[in-house]
Write a protein that binds this ligand. Structure first.
Ligand code: PHE
Length: 378
């Protein structure tokens, strides 16, 4: 083998080693200058070919060119690898770990007291085998009143005045009903009082029964609306409705169910009291009180003062309830509700009221002011 060929083989090996060793762009450039630059030995060999004996010129020229091309390719590959590695290192160094706490750590929020109270109440009834349903806040007069045994012009409607929706503002796909429950051809046929913001969650009693044959055990949390505004009334507030329908359900079942609820929420020693009341859609109707947990039902405090929570009565009113009026079943007869076969109880409670009693919140409006000094206390 000629001296030049031997030299080329040695240069190639050195160059390959130098290229592989280069750990950054500048050492790679130094290797390129050293082995392929104008002053490099390979360039000198290529230039000196003409001076070689003629039989050596071909083989030396061929190997020198091959070596140069091979090294150029290797340089290109190494350059790309190094650039990719550098980019990766840059990204890794600058990366933000979004799972780390901030400095200083940002305070983590928590559920609003009303959400927490709603969930606590739901948990109690889920434990008793109830399903949780939700329903529309924009409701038909028919479901809000008529099907709950408030016929049109019934005076009990006045107790729950509300806000009315212009039927023309609703999507054309919404089927509207008149106050007797008859479907209307389009919104122009609806009266200006046929669509409203529901005043209670009770319309879901009817919708729930329409959707499921008995037996039915359901609760319905949700927002309701009334034209009221003072320390104990806001135009929007929240209720949880309950409805249980099955053969042989009695007022005793209502009392036992609500006792279990009251003890889960207000403490194991609570007692219940039911008083006669009136709702158009239950018969008989009752209001339910729980024994005061601040004074253990005695009405007085240890120092002899009157208990301020129950105002000395020993009882706290928590909800309205009753046995489902057979007239209400009449509106859902097609779904299998025959008052000769099934009976039911219903109840409705204000979530705000439960939270206020349990946590001593003095003003309903505090729930909606979004003042963190209030919200952070719970
Ligand atoms: N809907 C009634 C109200 O808002 C409460 C209620 C519900 C009473 C179910 C009886 C049965 O005042």
């Amino acid at each position: 083998m000629s001296e030049s060929l031997q030299q080329l083989a040695g240069l190639r090996d050195q160059a390959v080693a130098a290229i592989n060793r280069a750990s950054d762009a500048s050492s790679l450039e130094a290797a390129r200058v050293r082995y392929l630059g104008r002053k490099s030995q390979i360039t000198a060999i290529l230039r000196g070919i003409a001076a070689l004996p003629p039989p050596q010129r071909g083989p030396v020229g061929k190997v020198a060119n091959q070596t140069r091309r091979e090294l150029e390719q290797l340089l290109g590959e190494r350059e790309r690898d190094l650039a990719a590695a550098e980019l990766e290192a840059e990204i890794a160094a600058g990366a933000v770990d979004v799972t780390l706490p901030g400095t200083p750590p940002a305070p983590v929020g928590h559920l609003h007291l009303l959400t927490r109270t709603r969930r606590e109440i739901e948990d109690v009834f889920i434990g008793l085998g109830y399903r949780v349903l939700e329903g529309p806040e924009i409701e038909h007069d028919f479901y809000n009143f008529t099907a709950l045994n408030h016929p049109p012009n019934h005076p009990a409607r006045m107790l729950q005045d509300t806000f009315y929706i212009d039927p023309a503002s609703l999507a054309a796909a919404v089927t509207l009903y008149d106050s007797e429950g008859a479907p209307l051809p389009d919104s122009s046929a609806a009266g200006d009082r046929d669509v409203l913001l529901r005043t209670h969650t009770s319309p879901m009693q009817v919708r729930g029964m329409e959707a499921q044959r008995p037996p039915l055990f359901m609760i319905v949390p949700g927002a309701v609306y009334r034209r009221d505004s003072d320390a104990t009334h806001t135009p929007m507030f929240h209720q949880i409705e309950g409805l249980a329908v099955a053969p042989g359900i009695s007022l005793a079942d209502l009392k036992g169910t609500l006792l279990a609820f009251a003890r889960a929420i207000f403490g194991a020693d609570r007692e219940l009291r039911i008083r006669p009341h009136y709702f158009p859609f239950t018969e008989p109707s009752v209001e339910v009180d729980v024994s005061c947990f601040a004074c253990s039902g005695g009405g007085g405090l240890a120092g002899g003062d009157r208990c301020s929570l129950c105002k000395g009565t020993g009882w706290l009113e928590i909800l309205g309830a009753g046995m489902v009026d057979p007239n209400v079943f009449g509106f859902v007869a097609a779904a299998g509700y025959d008052p000769a076969e099934v009976q039911g109880f219903a109840f409705g409670m204000g979530i705000e009221r439960i939270a206020m009693l349990k946590h001593g919140v003095p003003d309903l409006r505090l729930f909606y002011d979004n003042d963190v000094r209030f919200l952070e206390q719970f």
